[in-house]
Write a protein that binds this ligand. Structure first.
Ligand code: PDD
Length: 289
């Protein structure tokens, strides 16, 4: 596996060493955060739930009216080539598409050629110390725009929230609006009530439609677990039996404290551990969602 600095990345149709992958300062992704992204997990050298990620990529592009640069088959080919060239066995593939390069103007010219970037990141997702010991999280006001269902690269509010969390010794920040948790800085928020109901916020423009969220909900339903899609408050989360969050880059992460208050006995909860194990089996291809 090459060192991170020696990775081969994808830029506008070519596979190039990271050091040679350069983008114009007039790229609208840089100037306006005018672009979208996707993150898919790679486990045992294979993409996890990738069709769903590519479907969301297409949806994000359509919402911003950025022309689709590639077909699904092309995207898969690019991802598999990056896995191969970088000998990636476990980690993530990041894809970004921006509206392209143009003289700086809020209004964009027609027929811009999108900028496409993709790269691999090595990460131990299954043997994760964070998931073994459980994550601390903090809550903060949700400062984001109104179209959080689009996986836009405009992530400043999340950068600030997750930096605040890191400085407080926490792994994730949950964002709160009108008294209810929206989602994590880069994850979907779940609680499990004392009567063992799994609660997560329903999809809307207030949150990203998490791909891991949907798979976990389907897998939980198959185990005859009860799932309620409804908003929940920070007070309810602190009183929950278990708390967890999901994302492509971490799968299912148990939460052991919220704003310093321990959840349950302050250890990862048993049902969360079970959901994590079931999800890992699914990610390994032993289950379909
Ligand atoms: N983030 N909500 C937000 C705001 C996210 O950024 C993410 C993922 C999720 C979980 O979605 P999924 O299960 O499809 O990964 C929810 C990625 C991992 C990132 O920004 O790195």
């Amino acid at each position: 596996m090459p060192d991170a600095a020696d990775r081969i990345v994808f830029l506008n149709g070519a596979y190039v060493p990271l050091a040679d992958a350069n983008i114009s300062i007039m790229d609208r992704g840089f100037l306006f955060a005018d672009g979208i992204y996707e993150v898919s997990a790679v486990l045992d050298g294979k993409l996890v739930d990738n069709d769903a990620h590519l479907a969301r990529l297409k949806r994000s592009l359509a919402e911003l009216r950025i022309a689709e640069p590639y077909s699904s088959a092309d995207w898969i080919g690019i991802e598999e080539e990056l896995i191969r060239r970088n000998s990636l066995t476990e980690g993530v593939i990041y894809i970004e598409v921006t509206r392209g390069v143009a003289e700086r103007d809020f209004v964009y010219p027609p027929d811009l050629r999108p900028t496409v970037v993709a790269f691999t990141q090595v990460k131990a997702i299954v043997a994760s110390p964070l998931s073994n010991r459980g994550a601390k999280l903090i809550t903060l006001p949700d400062l984001r725009w109104a179209r959080r269902d689009i996986k836009s690269v405009a992530l400043l509010a999340q950068v600030l929230a997750k930096q605040t969390a890191a400085e407080a010794g926490a792994a994730e920040a949950w964002m709160v609006e009108d008294g209810f948790v929206t989602e994590g800085g880069s994850s979907t928020a779940f609680i499990i009530t004392q009567d063992m109901r799994i609660i997560t916020r329903p999809l809307s423009t207030a949150i990203l439609p998490g791909i891991t969220r949907l798979a976990v909900m389907r897998l939980a339903a198959r185990e005859n677990l009860t799932i309620d899609e409804r908003p929940f408050s920070v007070v309810e989360a602190k009183a929950a039996a278990e708390v967890f969050y999901t994302s492509a880059s971490n799968f299912v992460v148990p939460v052991i404290s919220v704003d310093g208050d321990p959840i349950g006995n302050g250890q990862p909860g048993p049902l969360t551990r079970q959901l994590r194990d079931i999800y890992i089996d699914f990610a390994r291809g032993e289950e379909s969602p």
